[in-house]
Design a binder for this molecule. Structure first.
Ligand SMILES: [Zn+2]
Length: 279
């Protein structure tokens, strides 16, 4: 039952994320006007506005002017529903009571925010600074509240996660500067570093390192395959934010004891230099 509710709410949130990803870059309000066809302006009725079902009902076309409604909107609704179920599945058994509930709500917020950032960066190479900033603050607040809910002092985890946020920001900024100097074209957008800081606030040092490793590996593999397949020209940029956001979400959904194992698998030299990875 809980998972059906998670899927339904997730589909509704997915519908909102699609709308936000369309309206934010155009400077439009998220609240007003109601959902309408971007081609002819016709407002959608309640039934047509239903997540997942509305699109099927309309067979992917506007009832008034026949303009196609992007299949992506429908996919984002389905994906968000799936992600919400995944968060609910992976969170609930871990801890009962206040901490479990907090982790569930925070996880839903985090994953939904990451998906919005992914869509925005995919569409227009844009990771809005306010969104990353509020994401960072929410990550630190969650860290402190989770510590309190499990009966620990909030200050040590808060310090660890703040440090990880700073490392994410500076680390990706430095990679961007060095990459630009080496390649002669902008290697990373400034938004990537801000998203890195947000991931640090949520995931802590070890989680951030794992997320960055996964993002670099998947982004590099994508770049290589796209280049070999002729989809990307030499030095043609592609957004890195989607890889960061996906990796951050994967790490959040991975049980923490696995982080260390995955890291020693992916970065075995960390053990040889005897680096201990805090929080
Ligand atoms: Zn229309």
């Amino acid at each position: 039952m809980g998972f059906v509710v998670a899927a339904l709410l997730g589909a509704c949130v997915g519908s909102f994320l699609s709308l936000a990803a369309w309206r934010l870059p155009r400077g439009q309000s998220l609240m007003w006007p109601a959902s309408h066809c971007p081609a002819c302006g016709q407002t959608l009725s309640c039934r047509e506005n239903l997540p997942l079902l509305g699109w099927v009902w309309l067979q992917g076309r506007c009832r008034t002017c026949g303009a196609p409604i992007p299949l992506r909107d429908w996919l984002v609704e389905g994906l968000t529903a799936g992600l919400w179920v995944a968060v609910a599945l992976l969170t609930t058994p871990e801890a009962g009571g206040g901490a479990g509930m907090l982790r569930l709500v925070a996880g839903l917020l985090f994953i939904s925010g990451l998906l919005l950032l992914l869509l925005l960066d995919l569409d227009g190479f844009w990771l809005p600074e306010p969104l990353c900033r509020w994401g960072l603050i929410a990550g630190l607040a969650t860290t402190a509240l989770l510590a309190l809910a499990t009966g620990m002092g909030p200050f040590t985890p808060l310090m660890h996660h703040s440090l990880a946020a700073a490392m994410g920001l500076l680390g990706l900024d430095m990679v961007g500067v060095l990459g630009t100097w080496w390649l002669g074209v902008p290697a990373l957008g400034g938004g990537d570093a801000k998203l890195g800081a947000m991931l640090g606030a949520w995931l802590g040092g070890r989680g951030l390192l794992l997320a960055l490793t996964l993002a670099v590996l998947s982004g590099g593999l994508f770049g290589l395959l796209a280049r070999l397949g002729g989809r990307l020209k030499a030095r043609q940029p592609f957004p890195f934010g989607p890889f960061l956001a996906t990796a951050g979400g994967v790490v959040w959904l991975t049980p923490e004891p696995l982080h260390r194992q995955l890291l020693s698998l992916l970065l075995p030299w960390l053990n040889t230099v005897g680096l201990t990875l805090g929080g």
